[in-house]
Design a protein around this ligand. Structure first.
Ligand SMILES: C[S@@+](CC[C@H](N)C(=O)[O-])C[C@H]1O[C@@H](n2cnc3c(N)ncnc32)[C@H](O)[C@@H]1O
Length: 299
């Protein structure tokens, strides 16, 4: 059974691997730190706790509702705070506009927050009836409804295969195009359900919903752009910490760090991705899929 289409009571987002994030950021109290995915401000709050009044936090999120929450969470801090409703990959121009050029650390906690997932009106979860939206940035022109109704069957199959790593992509794409127009979570759910066997169906549903979310928000393009530019603004000795929640993103981070290591510019601090402890997973099941990678600029 799905929940009603009204806005659900949203559980607060619990920040993942806070101790590990702080350990790898190795915060300089007077430094400048960029939280590229500030969300409800969970990690930012902990970063601010370690900054002095001359330290600075710069926070980005594409979602205005998340930024409003972050403003509330962070406003009591005596440190300097600059929040921007923008994608993290645009950080160089934002830093420039604020008179900053180099930073001591970057944090990316990728994906979506519990608030976004739990809000039926956002259309991120296959278990919640609502409009098929899936945009992080609600001002953006492309939502999941227009993507699904205006793409060819082949384009839909490619999205599901590439961003969902789902092997039944062609069959699902055919079912989706046969059932168009589709504008609700329930309609997309039904198109996937009728094209797939019952075993592991929830995993298939999760993969297809993830695929459309990634495509709607152009998540991999933004990560790619960030990974090719962050070094220009990271001070020597500065740290970068990235948490990903699916293998596509984790692979991109791993390869970017590896090639910067081979170029002699970066020291990778995590040989293997760091995972949440069993204890944390029990308290916060969402942390189960998190993979943390960290590195330090050395020249
Ligand atoms: C996992 S949540 C971050 C939670 C946060 N660390 C906390 O503890 O509250 C990910 C956030 O990243 C945001 N986001 C996704 N893609 C983004 C992008 N390209 N630029 C900025 N924010 C983005 C989402 O809107 C969401 O609020």
């Amino acid at each position: 059974m799905k929940s009603s289409p009204s806005r659900d009571t949203q559980l607060p987002h619990i920040p993942v691997m806070v101790n590990e994030v702080l350990q790898y950021l190795n915060i300089n109290p007077n430094g400048i730190y960029v939280d590229g995915t500030v969300g409800a401000g969970g990690h930012s709050k902990h970063i601010l706790n370690q900054l002095s009044p001359t330290g600075t936090l710069v926070g980005f999120d594409r979602d205005n509702e998340a930024l409003d929450l972050a403003k509330n969470t962070l406003s009591a801090s005596p440190s300097r705070i600059n929040l921007a409703c923008a994608s993290y990959h645009t950080f160089p121009s934002f830093l420039h506009s604020k008179g900053m050029s180099s930073v001591n650390g970057f944090l990316l906690d990728l994906g979506l927050s519990s608030m976004q997932l739990d809000d039926a009106s956002r259309g991120f979860a296959f278990s919640k009836s609502g409009p098929l939206d899936m945009r992080f940035d609600q001002q953006s022109d492309l939502d999941a409804t227009s993507l699904i109704n205006h793409s060819s069957e082949e384009e839909i199959a490619n999205i599901i295969y590439e961003y969902g790593e789902e092997r039944l992509s062609r069959r699902i794409a055919k079912s989706i195009t046969n059932k168009r127009p589709i504008s609700t979570v329930d309609e997309l759910y039904e198109a996937i359900r009728t094209a797939t066997p019952p075993q592991h169906r929830n995993k298939t549903l999760a993969r297809v919903f993830q695929a459309f979310r990634i495509a709607v928000n152009q998540e991999l393009e933004k990560l790619d752009s960030f990974l090719s530019s962050f070094m220009d603004s990271l001070l020597i000795g500065g740290r970068i910490v990235i948490m990903s929640y699916h293998s596509l993103e984790d692979r991109m981070v791993k390869h970017a760090f590896k090639s910067l290591k081979q170029a002699g510019e970066l020291k990778v601090l995590t040989k293997k991705p760091v995972m949440a402890s069993d204890e944390e997973i029990q308290i916060n099941p969402r942390s189960r899929s998190a993979k943390l990678r960290a590195a330090e600029r050395i020249i």
